[in-house]
Design a protein around this ligand. Structure first.
Ligand code: NAD
Ligand code: DAU
Length: 347
C-alpha cells in the first residue's frame, strides 16, 4: 500500500509517520509537508533513511502539484493531518486557516476522487480533526460523536468546515472516509506556541508564564503517542463513514495544569519548590475563549479497544524530560520568526 500522510513533519504527524514506518514495513509511507513554521524534519531523523519512507516537500493548496502527486503515486490511503493548528494565530490571520484547512482539504479530496474515478475498493481517506468543532461545554457534560458542531474560533470553524466536506464527499461520491476528533495533545516535538511546550520553555528560561484570563479554562489532555496509536487503529479498523472521538478522560484547568508543570519542573531543574509558580502571570484573555472541552471516548474504546496508555503525570514527566534533553531542538525552533511571533502575541 502507498500511504500518504500530510503534515507528517508537524507535532502529531511526526509521531504518526514514525509509528507507521516502524510498524508496517510492507507499506510505503509518503510524508507530504510544506514545512511551515510548524513543520520540522528534525522531528523525524530516526526514520529518514528507512526504505519504506519518502519525504515530499509540497503545499496542499497547490492544486496542480497535488493532482500530479496523486497521479504519480496512486495513494491507497490518505491520513490527512496538514493544517494550520494554532487558535491564537487563527484570530490574527483567519484566511491562512481557510486556505490550508478548508481549501487544502478539498484539493486532497478532489485528487483522491479523480485518481480512483469513484472506484474505491480497498481505499480510504482519513481526516484527522479536533474536538474544538463541538464548541464549548459548560461545567458538565462530554462531547460525543453526535454532539452538534458549534465552532467558536476561526481555527475550529475551518476544521468543522473541512470535516463537513469530507463527510459530503462520502455521501455524494461514495468516498470511503473516517474522521476522528481528538482532544488536546501534548508530548515531545510540540511547537512552543501551545500551552505546555511554551510554558516548559519559559520555565527553563525563567520567563513569565502568560495565563489567559483567570486560568479556569478546562482541557482534556492526551499523550501524543496514544493519539498516534489511535490513528493507526482507526485507519485500519474503523468503519467507513464513521467518526471516532479520541480523548484521555483527563480534564485539567489550565491553572492546575500549570501548577503541576511548575512542580515537576522545579524537581527536575533542582529548584526550590514553588520557584517556578512565581512566574505565573495573568494576561489578557483569548477572544472567544472556549470554557471547557471534554471527550467521551467510549466508542473507540468499545469498538476498537483503544484506551490511553499513560497517566497524565507520567506523560508530562516524559514530555519535560524530552524538552530538557533536546534543548538544541527547542532553541532552533524558538529563534528567528518565533521571537517576532512571541512579541506580537504577548506584548
Ligand atoms: P502542527 O501545527 O504541529 O503541524 C501541522 C503540519 O502541517 C506542519 O508540519 C506544517 O508544516 C504542515 N502544513 C501546514 N500547512 C500546510 C500546507 N498548506 N501544505 C502542507 N503541509 C502543511 O499541528 P498538530 O498539532 O500536529 O496537528 C495536526 C493535525 O491534528 C491538525 O489537523 C490538527 O487540527 C489536528 N489536531 C491537533 C490537536 C492538538 O492538540 N495539537 C488535537 C486534535 C487534532
Ligand atoms: O482541543 C484540541 C485542540 O487543542 C487542537 O485542535 C489545537 O490544534 C490545539 O492547538 C489545542 O487548542 P487549544 O487552544 O486548546 O490549545 P493551546 O495550547 O493554545 O491552549 C490551551 C489552553 O491554554 C487554552 O485554554 C488557552 C490557554 N493558554 C494558551 C497559551 C498558548 C494560556 O493560558 N496561555 C497561553 O500562552
Amino acid at each position: 500500500m502507498n500511504i500518504l500522510v500530510t503534515g507528517g513533519a508537524g507535532f502529531i504527524g511526526s509521531h504518526v509517520v514514525r509509528r507507521l514506518v516502524n510498524t508496517y514495513p510492507n507499506y510505503h509511507i509518503f510524508n507530504l509537508d510544506a514545512l511551515t513554521y510548524a513543520g520540522n524534519l528534525e522531528n523525524l531523523t530516526d526514520v529518514e533513511s528507512a526504505s519504506n519512507y519518502t519525504f515530499i516537500k509540497g503545499d496542499i493548496t497547490d492544486v496542480d502539484f497535488i493532482d500530479a502527486l496523486f497521479v504519480e503515486h496512486k495513494f491507497d490511503g490518505v491520513i490527512h493531518l496538514a493544517a494550520e493548528s494554532h487558535v491564537d494565530r487563527s484570530i490574527t490571520d483567519p484566511m491562512a486557516f481557510v486556505k490550508t484547512n478548508v481549501m487544502g482539504t478539498v484539493h486532497l479530496l478532489n485528487a483522491f476522487k479523480s485518481v480512483w474515478q469513484d472506484n474505491y475498493k480497498g481505499k480510504r481517506f482519513y481526516h484527522v480533526s479536533t474536538d474544538e468543532v463541538y464548541g464549548s461545554l459548560g461545567k458538565t457534560g462530554l462531547f460525543t460523536e453526535t454532539t452538534s458542531y458549534d465552532p467558536n474560533s476561526p481555527y475550529s470553524a475551518s476544521k468543522a468546515s473541512s470535516d463537513h466536506f469530507v463527510r459530503a464527499y462520502g455521501e455524494t461520491y461514495g468516498m470511503p472516509y473516517v474522521i476522528s476528533n481528538c482532544s488536546n495533545n501534548y508530548g515531545p516535538n510540540h511547537f512552543p506556541e501551545k500551552l505546555i511546550p511554551l510554558f516548559i520553555n519559559n520555565i527553563i528560561q525563567n520567563k513569565p508564564l502568560p495565563v489567559y484570563g483567570d486560568g479556569n479554562y478546562t482541557r482534556d489532555w492526551l499523550f501524543v503517542e496514544d493519539h498516534a496509536r489511535a490513528i493507526d487503529l482507526v485507519f485500519h479498523d474503523g468503519n467507513n463513514g464513521e467518526t471516532y472521538n479520541i480523548g484521555g478522560f483527563n480534564e485539567w484547568t489550565n491553572l492546575n495544569l500549570v501548577k503541576l508543570l511548575c512542580q515537576q519542573m522545579d524537581e527536575k531543574l533542582g529548584r526550590p519548590t514553588g520557584e517556578s509558580e512565581k512566574l505565573i502571570t495573568y494576561v489578557k484573555d483569548r477572544p472567544g475563549h472556549d470554557l471547557r472541552y471534554a471527550i467521551d471516548s467510549t466508542k473507540i474504546n468499545k469498538e476498537l479497544g483503544w484506551k490511553p496508555s499513560v497517566t497524565f503525570e507520567e506523560g508530562l514527566a516524559k514530555t519535560i524530560d524530552w524538552y530538557l534533553e533536546n534543548e538544541e531542538w527547542l532553541s532552533s525552533v524558538t529563534s528567528g520568526a518565533y521571537q517576532a511571533y512571541y512579541k506580537k502575541q504577548y506584548q
